[in-house]
Design a protein around this ligand. Structure first.
Ligand SMILES: [Zn+2]
Length: 333
């Protein structure tokens, strides 16, 4: 069962009003960071497009198409995603779906193609898709989701209706999280939201007990490293293959320390850890914090771009850099 979230009501209504007025675009590019409920919005729009007897902006819930949608088994709704074990979306996946699009819709209605991570399209695949977007088969709709539109082919972007889905206001998300049962201290809830760029579902995941504890442990270790001067103690918690969470927490604390040094305390992301932020701000000169900030961003870049990189070795080097406050880290992208 797909969940619905109150902040999606307005974009849902706006988008569907355009379809009702026959102004709807056949290719929608939803720009959203992860955790805003973008998949739910995509599903709800598809439900309406596929429904045979929609009632205003609602799908009827009863027709055969709605029944098939409810069990997530509608033959005219396609998921364009990487083949198993692949990290990118290649031309074969795109071609096989395009071939099906030119056949009759098996339920006689609309066809909808979901692409939940548009950034994964290879250039070849994007070009193949582009041709179909330029001359789409009748009654066929594409819903593309993407976090960084700049990484898509400009020609592909220009064929879609760009629809930004920003994070809701902090107050709305804050109330929603409280209502959903996350009874952390208010400052913790706000911190989680700020660390996730305001995305409520991402904040919800961060506030789950194990993950939240993980963050608190990281903060404690960072504090200890400042007290003992032994930054290598951070190595195990940072050295995770599939989890950049601790690195992002560290970057957020460095940027908070810079804000603190500039008197912008009200803009801290880690509002619940202001003592730690103050400690980091007092310990390091602004120039060193800037170097650290660049160094860790560069580390993330290296891990993403260089396959088979020795993370542990790099982490060790960068942690020792920090320990010794080396100023001459050379960033050469
Ligand atoms: Zn229906």
């Amino acid at each position: 069962m797909v969940k619905w979230y109150p902040w999606l009501n307005s974009p849902y209504r706006q988008i569907l009003t355009s379809y009702q007025q026959k102004r709807g675009h056949h290719a929608l590019l939803l720009h959203s960071q992860s955790g805003n409920g973008e998949a739910s919005l995509c599903y709800a729009l598809s439900r309406w497009l596929i429904c045979r007897q929609p009632d205003g902006i609602k799908s009827c819930g009863n027709c055969h198409s709605c029944q098939l949608m409810k069990i997530n088994n509608h033959p005219d709704v396609y998921q364009l995603q990487p083949e198993q074990g692949r990290k990118s979306l290649g031309i074969d996946s795109v071609r096989s779906i395009i071939d099906s699009l030119y056949a009759r819709a098996s339920q006689g209605g609309a066809k909808v193609i979901h692409l939940s991570q548009s950034e994964l399209l290879t250039e070849q695949a994007a070009n193949a898709l582009l041709k179909t977007l330029e001359e789409p088969p009748d009654n066929t709709y594409f819903i593309l989701i993407c976090q960084t539109p700049a990484s898509l082919l400009p020609t592909l972007r220009s064929r879609c209706l760009y629809w930004p889905l920003p994070a809701p206001e902090e107050e709305l998300s804050f109330r929603w999280l409280r209502k959903a049962g996350y009874q952390h201290p208010p400052l913790s809830t706000r911190t989680a939201l700020r660390l996730c760029g305001g995305a409520p579902l991402a904040a919800e995941a961060l506030l789950k007990p194990v993950r939240w504890q993980d963050r608190l442990t990281f903060c404690r270790r960072l504090q200890e490293a400042h007290e003992t001067g032994n930054f290598l103690e951070l190595l195990p918690i940072l050295n995770r293959e599939q989890d950049n969470g601790p690195l992002h927490w560290m970057l957020s604390l460095i940027s908070d320390a810079l804000k603190y040094q500039h008197g912008a305390k009200e803009f801290l992301l880690n509002a619940d850890r202001s003592q730690l932020v103050a400690l980091i701000a007092a310990r390091w000169a602004t120039s060193i914090l800037h170097v650290q900030w660049q160094q860790w961003l560069y580390y993330i870049y290296q891990c993403q771009e260089i396959s088979g990189i020795n993370r542990e070795l790099l982490l060790t080097k960068y942690l020792l850099n920090w320990e010794q406050a080396v100023k001459d880290v050379r960033i050469s992208l």
